[in-house]
Design a protein around this ligand. Structure first.
Ligand SMILES: *[C@@H]1O[C@H](CO)[C@@H](O)[C@H](O)[C@H]1NC(C)=O
Ligand SMILES: *[C@@H]1O[C@H](CO)[C@@H](O)[C@H](O)[C@H]1NC(C)=O
Ligand SMILES: *[C@@H]1O[C@H](CO)[C@@H](O)[C@H](O)[C@H]1NC(C)=O
Ligand SMILES: *[C@@H]1O[C@H](CO)[C@@H](O)[C@H](O)[C@H]1NC(C)=O
Ligand SMILES: *[C@@H]1O[C@H](CO)[C@@H](O)[C@H](O)[C@H]1NC(C)=O
Ligand SMILES: *[C@@H]1O[C@H](CO)[C@@H](O)[C@H](O)[C@H]1NC(C)=O
Ligand SMILES: *[C@@H]1O[C@H](CO)[C@@H](O)[C@H](O)[C@H]1NC(C)=O
Ligand SMILES: *[C@@H]1O[C@H](CO)[C@@H](O)[C@H](O)[C@H]1NC(C)=O
Ligand SMILES: *[C@@H]1O[C@H](CO)[C@@H](O)[C@H](O)[C@H]1NC(C)=O
Ligand SMILES: *[C@@H]1O[C@H](CO)[C@@H](O)[C@H](O)[C@H]1NC(C)=O
Ligand SMILES: *[C@@H]1O[C@H](CO)[C@@H](O)[C@H](O)[C@H]1NC(C)=O
Length: 397
């Protein structure tokens, strides 16, 4: 327990450093800081946890405002807690609040989720204060219509460190697992801080979030991991202005999803000049048959970071991914895509690119099955119509 608490303290400290540095060089620093997180979760020589936070970590799980620790005393740790949080419930929306120091309803995100009534048709907004919440969180199928509202993806995060090995399979390794429909997350990060797998290591892949419910929305969110960061499992999902970091297959699953204005950052090892090896892939989409209407569409995104990577690997035979109006750095390998070393998939996969730019978007050496989409072919993938947004998106945001 104390090791865990100590790790948490370091994560928080590093996050503060991360915050102050990311202004200088965001992309480089996010990659660096994630490696540091990983290192510290392994380290046994951790500095002491700041006493002021420690004393409230094990406080009551169901505090109300009037029970805030030290309330009324000068210099209370809750003095800078914003007034009016949580706001009063309305006919259509309920509010709950999470704060690590015990300054409002709950100290863990899971406790707040548990407090949401089953099958509520009201939206419940769970307001989550700054800090890293070191816990594994499940939003069960019986709790639709929940919103996680963070204070910024560089200051609020949920982190855990399960791996495929420790969790009995990749699919259950997620730090956060969402099985409910109509889930929304704003301005918060999802992280898996397990050690970065060494090349060829078995069972070390580690999911940050699994999104297994329909009609989910992520606005201004961060996804931090290495191999298999974002499990876009199934259902229709919308991601806008998100930061997604990983190495191998870091957006994977069988979802039907639109990613708009997102940053895709590879943290695969740099490949020495002159070496041709590939050590990462942005996507591994899992469409298995012609009858499935799933696919990943990336529009107006950027691809950067380190390594030499594919845009996608054909995890299943009908894998479907489109990159449109996306800027790609030279880390994208000239052939662009990979058929999972199964040429029979070349006839069934759908890999398209449309009006992309940057050194990595040069299509002259692309694999033969890759499609240069024309305006008509690209149209279905370019906006929220791809995910039937007119049916549900506005009512969720
Ligand atoms: C997760 O971190 C804790 C605390 O550092 C450690 O005891 C545990 O072994 C880690 N789990 C995995 C799967 O690495
Ligand atoms: C959360 O805190 C607010 C403000 O103190 C209070 O009115 C509300 O009843 C609390 N909700 C729960 C579920 O504890
Ligand atoms: C909320 O519900 C109450 C009781 O059903 C009703 O009197 C009130 O008009 C409703 N308010 C709004 C804004 O719909
Ligand atoms: C709540 O979720 C159900 C589906 O489970 C959906 O039909 C409904 O529109 C949602 N309500 C709100 C307020 O988001
Ligand atoms: C582990 O996963 C296997 C296959 O998915 C399953 O059969 C088994 O029951 C799981 N074990 C535990 C402890 O969850
Ligand atoms: C996220 O945070 C930024 C900066 O604080 C703010 O401008 C924006 O409105 C927030 N967005 C959401 C969806 O919460
Ligand atoms: C493309 O993404 C950039 C960066 O997120 C944003 O500033 C710009 O407005 C986006 N363009 C469109 C057409 O949405
Ligand atoms: C895409 O590029 C084609 C030609 O290269 C051009 O005609 C078309 O206007 C561009 N579309 C967008 C949305 O930029
Ligand atoms: C694209 O790559 C080819 C082959 O490497 C090269 O000849 C060509 O100049 C490149 N085009 C651009 C626009 O960089
Ligand atoms: C786009 O490509 C499709 C399929 O090859 C073709 O039928 C169509 O005429 C093309 N449209 C334009 C505008 O070039
Ligand atoms: C999306 O694009 C389609 C095809 O161009 C268009 O009919 C539709 O109105 C657009 N939807 C939105 C929400 O912009």
């Amino acid at each position: 327990m104390s090791l865990l608490t100590n790790s948490l303290s370091l994560l928080v400290l590093l996050f503060a450093v991360f915050l102050s540095f990311h202004l200088i060089n965001p992309t480089q620093y996010y990659i660096k800081i994630f490696k540091d997180y990983t290192f510290t979760t392994l380290s046994s020589s951790l500095p002491a946890f700041p006493a002021i936070i420690l004393s409230y970590r094990h406080g009551n799980m169901h505090r109300h405002h009037k029970d805030r620790p030290d309330s009324g005393n000068a210099g209370s740790i809750c003095d800078d807690f914003p007034a009016g949080i949580p706001p009063p419930d309305t006919n259509t929306t309920s509010y709950l609040c999470v704060d690590r120091k015990g300054c409002c309803n709950f100290t863990t995100v899971q406790a707040a989720v548990n407090a949401v009534p089953d099958m509520s048709q009201k939206r419940t907004i769970i307001w989550i204060n700054k800090g890293i919440y070191y816990e594994k969180v499940t939003v069960p199928r019986t709790k639709p219509n929940i919103t996680f509202q963070g204070q910024g993806y560089t200051s609020t995060g949920i982190a855990w460190n399960d791996t495929a090995k420790s969790a009995n399979g990749t699919f259950s390794s997620g730090s956060v697992q969402v099985f409910a429909s109509n889930f929304v997350a704003k301005n918060i990060s999802f992280m898996n801080v397990a050690p970065i797998p060494s090349p060829g290591e078995v069972g070390a892949q580690a999911v940050a979030i699994r999104i297994g419910g329909d009609q989910a929305v992520f606005l201004g969110c961060g996804f931090f991991g290495a191999q298999d960061t974002l499990h876009d499992d199934r259902g229709r999902h919308y991601f806008k202005e998100c930061y997604i970091q990983g190495s191998i297959d870091f957006v994977f699953g069988n979802g039907r999803s639109l990613y708009e204005n997102c940053q895709l950052i590879s943290m695969a090892n740099p490949v020495p000049q002159g070496q041709r090896s590939i050590n990462g892939a942005v996507t591994a989409h899992g469409r298995a048959s012609m009858d499935e209407n799933s696919g990943f569409a990336f529009v107006n995104c950027t691809i950067g970071g380190n390594g030499r990577i594919w845009l996608g690997r054909a995890w299943r035979p009908y894998s479907r991914v489109v990159f449109a109006l996306t800027t790609m750095s030279d880390i994208v390998a000239p052939e662009g895509w990979n058929d999972f070393n199964d040429p029979t998939r070349d006839q069934t996969i759908f890999y398209g690119e449309y009006n992309c730019s940057g050194l990595g978007a040069n299509m002259s050496m692309r694999a033969p099955y890759v499609q240069r989409l024309n305006d008509t072919q690209a149209l279905p993938f370019l906006n929220t119509t791809f995910i039937d947004g007119d049916q549900w998106l506005q009512s969720n945001i």
